[in-house]
Design a protein. Structure first.
Lengths: 190, 190
DNA sequence: GTCTATACCTTGATAGAC
DNA sequence: GTCTATCAAGGTATAGAC
């Protein structure tokens, strides 16, 4: 059965890709519509404005993130495995067509996005950071991680380096991403 | 004496500001010209295309960076002071109107910038990373820093987190920048 | 060195036919 | 749900007067 939401989902997928490849401002309806074989007006039918579209991309990601991290599978993960799960998301971004982090891609155009989108962006960033903080706290308590400083600060450091490296991976060096991952892990053991 | 390069310099200053505030793609000649009280055609006289302008902003930054780090003043700095000098650059970006790192701002539009600009961007990123690596090596040797892993990996981690946090400082939390700085320092001592 | 004027393109978005 | 047609806005860039 081909439902009406079929195209809507495909639009979200493509929009997410192009948002992460080019950022909010440079991303356009034309990119999405042409790759889908439809006209830009058809995209406007599903998502009246650009900010609606970006907002739904963000909300869908946040829902997915929450579903994963709160789900039964994650409950069985130890802190290292949870961290690796997060890293894998970013590695997929980087290797799958040099994409940036969704949060970073929208943040880099922060001055140009509407306020409503900023709210969703702040929510998403807070959700990820909060989860990572709890993972670090758990690892510290169970002794599998060993580091100085506050878990919340450590979470900010790890998250910003992941965001940063997926932004400049194309610029920095051949293999900046794996270098950063290696160092993140080195700084979690003693 | 008012030289011809007076306006040219002002254009570079403004272009740098707007590049770091909005990224390459969203930044425009109009922003620069209007704030300077001239027309966009006058800017084109000094810098024929957008990529010429961005290129010169980048080159000027790289020259300044090299001049500082190779100059006599820096020779007297210990590794902590050198690191603080780099951090201060980023802190100025963030506090001076929520600007991003110049490298990060251009990297986020990497798919849209011309190849010639990519070269200058890669050069600049390599220059900074190389310098930071040498600072970390020096600190490790003299015993003022203590960390696991390779200095070059550590340099990539620190640099990407600085780039990342100046990108998402406006998104993440109230004081993400100082949190990240605090953790970077915690991870350099034992 | 700066101006006016203009050419040309791409966007986001809307109206209305099918 | 998708189309054609169209619009206004804003961008890069050039030509030529002053």
């Amino acid at each position: 059965m081909k439902t009406s939401s079929d195209t809507k989902e495909k639009i979200l997928d493509l929009a997410k890709y192009h948002l992460q490849a080019r950022g909010y401002y440079a991303f356009s309806y034309h990119q999405v519509s042409s790759e889908l074989g439809i006209k830009n007006a058809a995209v406007h039918y599903h998502y009246p404005t650009k900010s609606h579209l970006a907002n739904d991309v963000l909300i869908r990601f946040m829902d997915w993130f929450k579903e994963c991290t709160l789900g039964p599978e994650h409950a069985g993960f130890d802190p290292w495995k949870k961290l690796d799960w997060l890293i894998a998301i970013y590695r997929d971004n980087v290797s799958g067509g040099n994409q940036m982090c969704l949060i970073g891609a929208l943040s880099s155009d922060y001055l140009m996005i509407p306020d409503s989108l900023k709210v969703a962006l702040n929510d998403t960033a807070a959700t990820v950071r909060k989860w990572l903080t709890s993972v670090l706290e758990e690892g510290l308590k169970t002794g599998v991680f060993d580091f100085k400083g506050k878990p919340s600060d450590k979470a900010s450091l790890i998250l910003t380096s992941l965001i940063g490296v997926s932004q400049v991976n194309r610029t920095l060096t051949e293999n900046a991403f794996e270098q950063v991952i290696e160092q993140i892990k080195q700084d979690l053991i003693r």
